[in-house]
Design a protein around this ligand. Sequence first.
Ligand SMILES: N[C@@H](CCC(=O)N[C@@H](CS)C(=O)NCC(=O)O)C(=O)O
Length: 206
Amino acid sequence: MKLYTSARAPNPRRVAMFLAEKGVSLDTQLIDLGKLENRSEAFLAKNPFGRVPVLELDDGRVLCETRAICSYLEGAFPEPNLMGEGFEERAFIEMADRRVELHVFAGIANCVRHTHPGLAALEQPQFPEYGAAQGEKMREWARWLDQTLATQPYVAGQRFTIADITAFCAMEFARGLMKFRPGAEGMEHLQAWRDRVAERPSAAAG
Ligand SMILES: N[C@@H](CCC(=O)N[C@@H](CS)C(=O)NCC(=O)O)C(=O)O
């Protein structure tokens, strides 16, 4: 299989970190978002949404959407388990992961895409006021995450899972492009968790 991915982009980083946790490396092709390679005819034929990551399977089928790609990789490379053993744990991890993705991650992505000049080529039109509001909303959800991490060591509970990967990649994107430091905004549990996850070798992936 072949992974189409990009440097410094948070969704590709989620897959890179997921693979690094499993100790797997795949044949990879870099898509340069700065040069709009994701809008080329060849790439749009693989993913009409023009987004990375994309996983092309050996039989030619193409899998898009980060979480779906991770589900496939979890099946192909089961150890260590990152998405849950059995239906109950899988459901609770999915709940945590989707909450992080749909609120924290999306809030950061919308804020950056609509306010940062570096993203103007990818997001047209930009609505800076909407972006700023999303940055504020994201902080509400980050505070929820901070409180969650006050009572448990990881985002979905007692062990490291895909939900930590989604949250960490979101935090690192916000750290770089929004200068967001949870500790500086009173979210010390979120900061301590982020610093702990940053020490994992997989944090350097992507
Ligand atoms: N829902 C998709 C989102 C993927 C996505 O937005 N990827 C960004 C990079 S982090 C991208 O390809 N952006 C290119 C663009 O906006 O044109 C997923 O979960 O994989």
